[in-house]
Each structure stands twice: as C-alpha cells, then as structure tokens.
Ligand binder design. Structure first.
Ligand SMILES: CC(C)=CCC/C(C)=C/CC/C(C)=C/CC/C(C)=C/CC/C(C)=C/CC/C(C)=C/CC/C(C)=C/COP(=O)(O)OP(=O)(O)O
Ligand SMILES: O=P(O)(O)OC[C@@H](O)CO
Ligand SMILES: [Mg+2]
Length: 229
C-alpha cells in the first residue's frame, strides 16, 4: 500500500526538530498537498517525532515517516520511507543503519508499509551531506549512474535528488527523470515559492518543500497551487 505515491506531485517535509505553530500546521495539512513527510537529518528524536505525528493526525492528509535515525522510528505513520544514501562515504548510511533497524524490528515489520528511497545528495553544505559524509563531487554521468543503480539494481520506488537548502540544476533533474521508467524522481531543495515550484515540477515527478515552511509560510503554501496549474 503506497498511498498512490506514484501520483504525488507535491509534498511538504516537516522537521520534528523545528517549531511550527498549530495555525501553521493546520494550513500545511489543509493545503491540498499530496502528503506530509516527517524527517530531518539532525535533532530528530522519538519524542519530537511522536509529538509531530499526533498533531498531524488531526487532519486527513497522508503522513509519512522518512526515517532519519534508529532512535526516531515511530509506529503509526501511513508509510515509512527508508533512505539509502547512495553517495555516502560513510557506509552506515547505505546499509549500516538499516541493518541495525531490521535486526531490532525485522520480525514485526509490515514490509508493505516500507519503501526505499535511493538518495543522491547534491549540496555539500547541507546538514545531510555532513551527517552522511556524502561525496558531492559528481558529474552528470555519476548522477545518472546512481539513478540507474537505484532503479534497476536496488529497485527503489523513489530516486531522491536532494539539493536541500539550494535550488538545483533543473537540466540535470530533467535528464535524470528522463532515465527513469519504474522509479519516481523526487526533487527537493530551495523551493521557496511558486515560481521555483513550477520549474521543479516540470523537471521532476514529485517536488518536496521543506525550509520554506519555516522561512515564509505563505510562499510555501503557494507552491501547492503552482504544481496543479
Ligand atoms: C513497529 C514499528 C516500530 C514500526 C516501524 C517500522 C520501521 C520504520 C522500521 C525500521 C525499518 C528500517 C529498515 C529503518 C531504517 C532505519 C534508518 C535509520 C535508516 C537510515 C536512514 C538514513 C540513510 C538517513 C540519513 C539522513 C537522511 C537521508 C535523512 C532524510 C531526511 C533529510 C534528507 C532531511 C534533510 O535534511 P537537511 O535539510 O539537510 O537538514 P535539516 O534537518 O537541518 O533541515
Ligand atoms: O528544505 P528544502 O531546501 O526545501 O529541501 C527540501 C527537502 O528535500 C529536504 O530534505
Ligand atoms: Mg531541512
């Protein structure tokens, strides 16, 4: 059950480690977005994740946990997205963390609720690049190879081109989407309003809006309508 993930055009990503008022959260959940993803690369704990899940559950929007560390695995989400950071130099973020989690929960997991994301980290200055020690010196050919690897060898339903914090090269994003036939291309990074949302939505299958929620909520909300035009 992937909640029609194959049809998502837009998602918001909320960080349990950042403050968001009830009013802002209501606007996000009623915005018409296809899903709310919960995740962040630092400061995500069991407690702040449970707290955010409970608040989002007042609304009907699909709510997905993008698992960011083993301590922050919380049951009760509609879907669990498991990142595999393909260009991590620290292999803990390719199979190590996942292995540890499966060792702990493997016997009780509902695998139909799990979905892998083949992450390609593009912004060397992002927190996620720092955590995973990502090798961001990538040519287009490198990125293409990672995308093919994620789709055909790892069979990830999602390939995630992660520019977190900066707006990426849309020509590259378009090229990667063009390669994929089974996996869906998620793009995230620097979408701060409707113009960039429109541009990114023309290049990727699904766009993800994160920091804008905290920096300029009205602009963030306007990204939903922009991808529906
Ligand atoms: C019954 C029960 C408990 C059910 C739960 C089911 C479940 C989920 C079981 C676990 C199954 C499993 C295999 C889990 C994997 C666990 C795990 C920790 C995997 C590693 C994930 C990973 C590689 C994380 C690296 C960081 C990352 C890619 C995070 C994603 C979010 C992200 C990129 C946020 C953006 O961060 P950024 O903007 O750079 O930084 P800020 O946070 O500062 O904004
Ligand atoms: O925070 P921004 O830059 O919008 O990026 C969104 C998301 O891809 C982060 O994981
Ligand atoms: Mg962020």
């Amino acid at each position: 059950m992937h909640l029609r993930m194959d049809q998502w055009k837009h998602a918001f990503k909320l960080d349990p480690d950042r403050d968001l008022s009830d009013d802002a959260l209501e606007k996000i959940c009623l915005s018409g977005t296809d899903a709310v993803m919960v995740g962040g690369s630092t400061g995500v704990t069991f407690d702040n994740t449970v707290d955010l899940l409970a608040r989002i559950r007042r609304y009907e929007v699909p709510c997905v946990l993008e698992v960011s560390n083993r301590e922050a695995i919380v049951p009760g989400f509609d879907l669990f997205m498991i990142p595999i950071v393909l260009n991590a130099k620290n292999t803990d973020w390719i199979v190590g963390q996942q292995h540890g989690a499966i060792k702990e929960y493997g016997a009780i997991l509902d695998w139909k609720q799990m979905m892998t994301e083949g992450y390609i980290i593009m912004n060397g200055n992002s927190a996620v690049a720092n955590v995973t020690e990502a090798d961001v010196k990538l040519s287009l050919k490198d990125v293409e190879a990672y995308a093919r690897l994620a789709e055909h060898l790892f069979r990830c339903p999602v390939v995630y081109l992660e520019y977190s914090g900066i707006f990426g090269d849309m020509e590259w994003v378009r090229r990667i989407r063009g390669l994929l036939s089974e996996s869906r291309l998620f793009y995230g990074g620097g979408i701060d309003g409707p113009d960039k949302a429109r541009e990114a939505a023309q290049a990727a299958h699904t766009i993800v809006v994160g920091n804008a929620v905290y920096n300029d909520l009205e602009q963030a909300l306007a990204t939903v309508k922009a991808v529906r035009e």
